[in-house]
Structures are given as C-alpha cells and as structure tokens.
Design a protein around this ligand. Structure first.
Ligand code: ARG
Length: 581
C-alpha cells in the first residue's frame, strides 16, 4: 500500500512538473507512513511540506494541487488534507477484502515471486570443527536459516554454504592424539569437547607430543594419506555432531551444503599469485599482505590483510578470498550473504574490498556481511557453565525441552507422555529459536529461559498458542482452514477487522524487506503484532456466535488467513506450529 501510494504521488508530481507548477529539476524522496490515528486516514504523506520550499508555494496549496493531480486507484477510497499540509489516504475496504481473498485462494498466500529471481549464496552456521557446537553457534545457524527460507519462499535460488573450519593448526593436535591412542580416542570422540580438552592437555604437558602435533600439520598439508585418513575420520564424526544439532533444531542444512575451508586448499596458492599479478601484494616481515588505503588503525597506521604467513601458511582471509571467487565463478551468485558474528565485521570489509580490487567477483555481485550480536547469559555476562566452561548447544536444547515439558504437563494434565514430549519438543526448541530470532540481529541479548518460555509477550509459546486458538475455532466446526470455498465472501466492517486485515495484507511486503535486510526479527515483530490484532478481533468480533451466517463466514475467512499466515511465518522462522498445546 505504501509503495502504491508513493507511486501515485510520484505520478502527481510529474503531472505538476509538466504543468509547470513544480520545477522540473527536482526528484523528491516520497515518504508514506502508516497513520497512528486512523480517524483521518490509514496512511499519510508529508510530501507537500517537503516540496513547498522548492515549489515556492504554501504547503496546503501544494497539497491541494497534488491531490487534484493524483490518479484514481481502486485501492484508495478517499484522500484528504489535514493540518499544515499532510495528505491522508483511506484504504478501500472492498479492495483490501479482495486482496485477502486472493491470499486465501492463491498458492503461497499470494505473496508475489521475486522478479528477477536471484542466485543467493547464504553462508551460515560454519562452525570450527575442532570442538562441539556451542551456544556461540546458535545465532549463525538459525538466523541464516530463517533468511534462507524467506529467500526461497520469495522464489530466489538459494545455495546454502556451510563454510566449516575444518583446516588449520589445531588439527595437528587432534590428529596426534588420535594417532597416539586410537582405541581410547575412538571412544572419546563421542564427546568432542572432552576429546579436544584431552588433546590440548597432552599438547601443553608434553613437548614431544607438541612436536608431533606440529609435524602432523605439515604432513596433513603435504597430503600424507595416513594423516588425511585420520583427519577425514575426525571431520566426519564432528560433522555428524553438527548434523544431529541441525536436525534437532529443524535447520534446513544437510551434509551436501558443507563446503569447508579445506575445499579451497588447492586454490590458495593461485589466489596469492593472482593478487601478486594484480599488483596488490606487499611483503612485510616475510608475510605477504594486501594494504588498502581505506583500512587504517586508529593511529592512522596501515592495516594489512595477511594472505600468507612468513612460514608459507595461508590464513582465514585467503580461504575467504578463494571462496568468494568460487561463489562468483562456479556458483554464479548474484548475492552472497554471510551470517557471521559482528566482531568479524572488519575482516569482511577487508576481504570484500580485496576481492573487488582483484576482480575475484563481478562488480555488481552483492557481498553482505549480516553480522549478529553476542548471546550472553541471563545476567548479561558471558554465557558459561557453572565451572566456567563453554555451554554445549546440545545441553542447552535438552534443558529447553525439559523445561517446556514441565510447563506443558502442568497446563495439560490429561495428555499422555508421548504427546507431552512431542509438544515439549516443539515448544522448547521453538522458544530458544524465537527468543534469538526476535532480537535485533546486530544487538547483543541475554538468554533467559523463563522469559522465552512465557506464554505472554513476544515469545514462541505465545505465537504458537495464538495459532492453536485459530485452529480450535475450525476444530469446533470440523472444518479445514484451507477449504472455505462454500463460505460467504469476506466483508470488512468492524474496526478490529479492518486493522487485522490491513496487517495481513502487508505480509508479502514484509517478507521482501526481510529478504533484503536479512532481519528475521522484523518477521517476528510482524507476527507478534498479527497475534495481537487477532486477539482484539477475537474479543470484539464473535466468530462462531456472529449475528448472521454471512458475517460468521466472513470472520471465518479472516481467522483462517490469520492462522495460515501465522503458520507460514513461524515456518519461515523454522518453528513448527501445533494443532493443540
Ligand atoms: N568458522 C568461522 C568461525 O567460527 C566462521 C566462518 C564464517 N564464514 C566465512 N566464510 N568466513 O568464526
């Protein structure tokens, strides 16, 4: 609606320009806002006030001219002028009702498919395989997944890339440990965290072990078959752990999406050569670096991107450059999104700039670091176990489900254990995911079980419950939310109906925004608002007890679209809805 109104206003502006009322050399940026006070209109624009000066006119006079020049449109019922020169628009209710009817009838809630569709690489999760996934990996995994789903829903071609850290010096230590004690180590591999700790302990206590670890790295990098076999063994176990977490979280990553750092090994020398040829390379203390003018320390010293160490080893940045080239040349991406901790912002700015300078990517390929803030403990301090260790993601999810089980069992004493477990799983995992997704992507937040499992406020249980409320209306009359053909049409009468309808009509536009900005929190916000508007509707407008059958039918349609939008929205966040809870 806002876009439409902006277009209408733009047309009015160009008409006035042709008539010589407005100077022809201005291209105004047109703002349309949702009106807070709906008594004057649903939307408002301050365009006349913005243009009054360059037009040398009184804002109100200009507003009148603009309104007179405004093309007719079925979506707009009435236009008026208020205050110093605001132009107010009333949405046409019959038009709105027709939009919702289309959403009910068409596939995918009639959300338009992106044109043109893009090939979008989404780099997410990407843990380092030396350790088990811990709480620090939650955000990169679920935020990236939600955005990938939204992009796909809008018709983009999404290529998931799990750029795991499966290469590097820490592997020498793990391999040396695997080799030293293959039987015990095999058993300990079940607990990667402990395995890592044991290996580290050996590394620290024995000089001889440490030397062997260093040798292992050299041999591994030289392609020694035995080292490679051990390394493969380690990685497959480690990736198995990751996959178990993905499945448990309901994240859409599969083993086929894994293309880790090691996949670029054979391209790293060439990356450095190409940088050399492009004249971008400088040697500094034996290391090979790229210095770009735009990157300086706070003391104005040049800040290098190191691509090869003095000893010949390659770095994180080198791999990322190779990956970017691959994503351009082989995957032919139009857009690459990186869901990685905000603290890596400088790294990405630098490698993006280097890749562009070196011509590793097309000039119009979009490279976007979708940074996220840190998840802290409930007290705002770093999230740690009682003895100060890192919290494993698996333990966190187990606790969430246990807590959810208790809550659900209290609420539904009549359900059997199997059913309770199923509900607890959906609620527990949904709560953890939603609590994270609903926070502004780039801010830090405090992880709090009590809050996220509350049935009130902007939480998964609240939204999942809102969905079951809709579902129960349809259960009562033994109907399916998706089959309403025999019902009377949708007619919007009460204010609560119009409010709900106007919000429902914004779903497609909102998803486009989420796809562009990479912000699942805006979708959460949208759904929370939707649930709230449904509540007011539900309280003010009896559905099954409506005064007339036609009214009942219309409200059933509105409720059905709400239910289906809630379900679709939660699914895009990777959260399962339940028919009852
Ligand atoms: N493995 C890295 C880490 O744990 C994240 C990798 C993100 N992706 C990338 N292409 N750099 O910090």
């Amino acid at each position: 609606m806002k876009n439409l109104i902006s277009q209408l206003l733009a047309e009015a502006v160009s008409i006035l320009q042709n008539q010589g009322v407005l100077p022809s050399d201005i291209t105004p940026s047109i703002q349309v806002e949702t009106a807070r006070d709906k008594s004057h209109g649903d939307f408002a624009s301050n365009l006349a006030m913005m243009l009054a000066k360059p037009a040398r006119m009184k804002p109100r006079d200009l507003a009148e001219q603009l309104v007179a020049a405004l093309p007719q449109n079925a979506a707009v019922a009435e236009v008026s002028i208020a205050g110093p020169g605001f132009i107010n628009f009333f949405q046409a209710r019959d038009w709105l009702a027709a939009q919702l009817q289309k959403a009910l009838d068409a596939p995918q809630l009639n959300v338009p498919q992106a044109a043109p569709a893009k090939r979008v690489v989404v780099d997410y999760s990407s843990p380092n395989l030396a350790k088990e996934m811990h709480v620090g990996h939650l955000r990169s995994t679920i935020i990236g997944d939600a955005v990938a789903r939204v992009l796909e829903f809008l018709g983009h071609q999404v290529i998931r890339q799990n750029h795991v850290g499966d290469w590097g010096t820490q592997f020498g230590m793990l391999l040396a440990y695997l080799e030293e004690n293959s039987v015990a180590a095999e058993a300990e591999l079940g607990d990667l965290e402990n395995f890592y700790r044991q290996a580290k302990k050996r590394f620290d206590e024995s000089e001889e072990f440490a030397n062997r670890a260093r040798e292992q790295v050299v041999q591994l990098q030289a392609g020694d078959p035995q080292c490679l076999a051990l390394w493969n063994r380690f990685n497959s176990i480690s990736l198995g752990h990751c996959q178990a977490i993905y499945d448990r979280l309901g994240v859409s990553l599969t083993p086929a999406d894994v293309r880790g750092e090691s996949a670029y090994n054979d391209q790293l020398a060439d990356v450095v050569d190409s940088l050399q040829q492009a004249g971008l390379l400088t040697e500094s203390d034996g290391a090979r670096c790229v210095f770009l003018d735009e990157f300086k320390t706070s003391e104005d010293k040049p800040l290098p991107v190191i691509v090869q160490k003095a000893g010949g080893g390659y770095l994180y940045a080198t791999t990322d450059l190779a990956a970017m080239r691959y994503r351009h040349q082989v995957l032919q991406a139009d857009r690459v999104l990186y869901f990685v901790d905000q603290r890596q912002a400088l790294h990405f700015q630098q490698v993006f700039a280097v890749a562009r300078k070196a011509g590793f990517v097309a000039q119009d390929m979009q490279l976007e670091h979708m940074g996220f803030g840190t998840m802290n403990g409930a007290d705002g301090k770093p999230f740690k176990t009682r003895d100060g260790g890192t919290v494993k993601l698996i333990d966190l999810l187990n606790e969430a489900e246990q807590r959810a089980y208790q809550l659900v069992a209290q609420k539904n004493p009549e359900l059997d254990t199997g059913e309770l477990q199923q509900i607890a799983r959906a609620v527990g995992i949904g709560a953890v995911k939603y609590a994270d997704l609903s926070k502004h992507r780039s801010s830090d937040y405090n992880f709090n079980f009590e809050q996220m499992l509350s049935f009130e406020g902007n939480t998964a249980p609240y939204l999942m419950y809102a969905y079951t409320r809709v579902a129960s209306v349809f259960r009562k009359i033994d109907r399916n939310m998706s089959q309403l053909d025999d019902l009377a049409p949708l007619v919007l009468q009460e204010a609560a109906e119009v409010d709900l309808a106007a919000h429902l009509a914004q779903f497609g536009g909102l998803l486009e925004y989420v796809a562009r900005e990479g912000t699942p929190h805006s979708l959460c916000h949208y759904l929370y608002e939707l649930a709230g508007r449904f509540s007011s509707f539900y309280e003010n407008c009896p559905i099954l007890a409506a005064a007339e059958p036609a009214q009942r039918d219309s409200r059933l349609r509105l409720a059905a679209l709400t239910g289906r939008t809630l379900q679709q929205g939660l699914n895009l966040l990777g959260i399962t809805t339940l028919e009852r809870m």
